[in-house]
Design a protein around this ligand. Structure first.
Ligand code: NDP
Length: 265
């Protein structure tokens, strides 16, 4: 079975139609992939009828200038996000810390990550939230997450644990990775390398979630998973594109609408 993230995202977006909330997106520099993501977010807001505003600063902007822009956007919007990655000279921690936790629709503020850690409500990171929505019930399943970034792997591991899964987290220093991935009832790859997960690393009947967004040598979009052979043995698998990506955007819109309603509640 191919897990249709596009259709699931469309359903979520439909349920948000008519909601009133304002999203602001700040981008620094000209990273082409980031430009595509920002455009997708703007388009999704327009589709649902949410107001959005995106601001672009040059790659030469200072941390202070970025912070000043974030503060200004926070005065206008219900939800604010800073598109990552930021240029190296900018203090990303300081910038993300400027967004008030209740407007932090990406769920990256330390307070919100702390809430997630102890199982309290709050905005949660969009990509792992989208994956959880696609997976449904994971109680008792062995979920193996490959990747431990603060934006995907780590928060996802916490959400899976909260949902009563047994969780293994692997990373670049893991020895004999395949020995772990072959045990997975649910295998999630968030590494960023094409054809990284091959069929011999997957247990027959496993659910495979491909978070990776990569380009092949020919410039074609692909995930981390060797899709053809793995889809033959997995019971369900997300495609790239059309799997986790659209869910990430849908969760962002949901977070934005929630920040607005929690303010008025
Ligand atoms: P990072 O580069 O921050 O993290 C990659 C992780 O993979 C690290 O934890 C790293 O380990 C691990 N890793 C690297 N090489 C290996 C290896 N050989 N064996 C095991 N683990 C390895 O990436 P992100 O988490 O930000 O993103 C991962 C992928 O997901 C990217 O392709 C990105 O574009 C995509 N992405 C997709 C989204 C979507 O909406 N679909 C949203 C966000 C990201 P270590 O920590 O030891 O270095």
């Amino acid at each position: 079975m191919i897990i249709d993230g596009k259709a699931a995202a469309a359903e979520i977006k439909n349920s948000l139609r008519g909601a009133k909330a304002k999203l602001a997106v700040l981008m620094v520099g000209e990273d082409p992939a980031s430009s595509v993501y920002v455009r997708n977010k703007e388009r999704a807001c327009a589709e649902v009828g949410l107001q959005s505003c995106s601001r672009r600063l040059p790659a030469t902007a200072t941390t202070e200038e970025v912070i000043a822009s974030v503060e200004e956007l926070c005065r206008w919007a219900d939800g604010v996000l800073v598109q990552l990655p930021l240029p190296d000279h900018i203090d990303a921690k300081k910038v993300l810390g400027t967004i008030p936790p209740e407007k932090d629709v990406d769920g990256f503020h330390p307070n919100n990550l702390g809430r997630l850690m102890i199982g309290e409500d709050g905005p949660v990171p969009c990509t792992p939230a989208g994956i959880m929505r696609l997976l449904g019930d994971v109680a008792g399943k062995h979920c193996v997450v490959v990747g431990r970034s603060n934006t995907v792997g780590k928060p996802l591991a916490l959400m899976l644990l909260q949902a009563d899964a047994t969780v293994t987290v692997c990373h670049s220093k893991t020895k004999d990775l395949a020995a772990f991935t072959r045990q997975a009832d649910v295998l999630i790859s968030a590494v960023g390398k094409p054809c990284f997960i091959t069929a011999d690393m997957v247990k027959p009947g496993a659910i495979v979630i491909d978070v990776g967004i990569n380009r092949t040598a020919e410039g074609k979009l692909c995930g981390d998973v060797d899709f053809g052979p793995v889809s033959e043995i997995a019971s369900a698998i997300t495609p790239v594109p059309g799997g986790v990506g659209p869910m990430t955007v849908a969760m962002l819109l949901e977070n934005t609408v929630r920040t607005k309603s929690s303010k008025t509640a």
